[in-house]
Design a binder for this molecule. Structure first.
Ligand code: BGC
Length: 463
């Protein structure tokens, strides 16, 4: 298959593929709802159960632990059960976890519910991008995976807004329980998804793979080429963890996926997602303004994701990442400087909020969607489940570390230096992108794999 040009796709098949991708991307909505929902619910849970800060910390963070565990088993599940059935399982757990949280009669039950939710999110956050990369035609692959990120950001925004709405009655059970409704809709939709053609080929079910591709791609020529490409790769007798120990080229892509996710989390984005009201409090805003600005953060996060969706398959991944890291470094650097100098006037407050929003734009237009895109593109087929499993697991572990360490960091080195630290990370990531990150725009996954396995330097495997 031509490595550098986009494959023409019959429009009705393209529409089918887009529909399928939208449905799978709803997994992202679940992800976002869960990330966003707990910030507003915490104070009411604490009041009702009269629990300590530590228990609240556990209720918040147990979800990430569950997600890490979910991501860990997702690789095996999506290889054995298949991508579609893994998504169904994730949806069932999502609904069950939300309902359990809403009826929790003790803090322990709530913790158990959050753990179940975490496993659901871990499964979904592993399987959905993998499925999307395998289903989407490569001409729109980047945009399709960015769509997944868009759904995450919409989920976060909806959760922020619904928290605000329910906060008037203080009903945290509704905050946590209401997300079972989109979960149930997702479950309904996902049942109708086709199996991934690549997965069918791996299981020796070629006629079914051809049938699915026929619906998704339309053109017979394209289908035959894609089937031939997949067949070629399946000849390589290695897989997952074995391949990791046996094949140093595969190890490189696994390490790159892990590094990319560490980079995404160390941008500092989740510091803002989890602690936005507190950050605004530090800038001198009252409670109402804190909630309001947090919703604005959620909205800007959604809107700026469209920049990525519009540009990723045109400009490519690397230029957008450079711009994103520069913008994030400047945004956080200035926020830190303002905190260092002291925020006294309205103008200073506004300026600092503006710089924080610029940081959000930087993340949402680059590292947010593009890291997930790259992580699903760089792994060879035989090791894709394992490779994406490792990077998704890393996302959650790094996410937990960032979440847990923020308040201790504030208390030990102060807020200015904490923001400067994250700004400095973003500067380092400009260099790492230059050195290690490949450009994968418009290249087939098969070509990326050939280059990786031929030992080309990582930054060249998309050429
Ligand atoms: C990240 C999440 C983050 C979200 C914010 C995702 O790409 O993986 O950790 O909370 O973006 O929009």
């Amino acid at each position: 298959m031509n490595a550098t040009t986009a494959t023409p796709v019959a429009s009705h098949s393209k529409a089918t593929a887009v529909f399928v991708c939208i449905l799978a991307a709803l997994a992202g909505l679940m992800f976002g709802l869960d990330i966003g929902v707990i910030s507003g619910a915490q104070q009411f849970i604490q009041k009702e159960f009269a629990v300590s800060d530590e228990t609240i910390g556990l209720i918040v963070s147990i979800m990430m632990v569950g997600a890490a565990a979910g991501a860990l088993i997702a690789g095996w599940l999506s290889g054995h059960l298949g991508r579609k059935r893994s998504l169904i399982l994730g949806a069932v757990l999502f609904v069950a976890g939300s309902l359990l949280c809403s009826v929790a009669w003790t803090p322990d039950v709530l913790i158990a519910g959050r753990l179940v939710l975490g496993v659901a999110i871990g499964l979904a956050s592993f399987t959905a991008p993998l499925y999307l990369a395998e289903i989407a035609p490569e001409s729109i692959r980047g945009a399709m995976i960015s769509l997944y990120q868009l759904m995450i950001t919409i989920g976060i925004l909806v959760a922020f807004l619904s928290d605000t709405a329910f906060s008037y009655s203080g009903n945290w059970r509704w905050m946590l329980g209401v997300i079972a409704i989109p979960g149930a809709l997702f479950l309904l939709g996902v049942v109708f998804l086709p199996y991934s053609p690549r997965w069918l080929m791996m299981r020796g079910r070629k006629p079914e793979a051809e049938h699915v591709l026929h619906k998704l791609r339309g053109s017979l020529d394209t289908i035959q080429k894609e089937i031939a490409d997949i067949e070629e790769q399946l000849k390589t007798p290695q897989r997952g963890i074995h391949m990791f120990f046996q094949n140093s080229n595969f190890r490189r892509s696994v390490y790159l996926g892990v590094l990319l996710q560490v980079m995404q989390q160390l941008t500092g984005m989740n510091v803002v997602m989890y602690y936005a009201p507190r950050i605004f409090q530090g800038m001198g805003y009252d409670t109402a303004s804190q909630m309001w600005f947090t919703a604005v953060v959620g909205l800007v996060n959604v809107l700026a994701t469209f920049i990525a969706i519009g540009l990723v398959d045109r400009l490519g991944r690397k230029p957008i990442l450079y711009v994103g890291f520069v913008v994030m470094a400047i945004g956080l650097g200035v926020v830190g400087t303002m905190m260092h100098l002291g925020i006294h006037t309205h103008a200073q407050q506004f300026f600092t909020v503006g710089m924080l929003l610029i940081f959000i734009v930087g993340f949402a237009m680059s590292a947010g969607p593009l890291i997930w895109t790259l992580c699903s593109e760089i792994q060879p087929l035989k090791g894709r489940d394992f490779g994406i499993g490792c990077s998704t697991l890393t996302n959650w572990v790094a996410n937990a570390i960032v979440g847990w360490s923020f308040l201790p960091l504030l208390n030990s080195i102060g807020d200015a230096k904490t923001f400067w630290l994250y700004a400095a990370f973003n500067v380092v990531f400009i260099g790492l992108t230059l050195w290690l990150v490949p450009e994968t725009k418009g290249v087939t996954l098969e070509q990326i794999e050939r280059n990786l396995m031929a030992g080309k330097p990582l930054r060249r495997i998309g050429q």
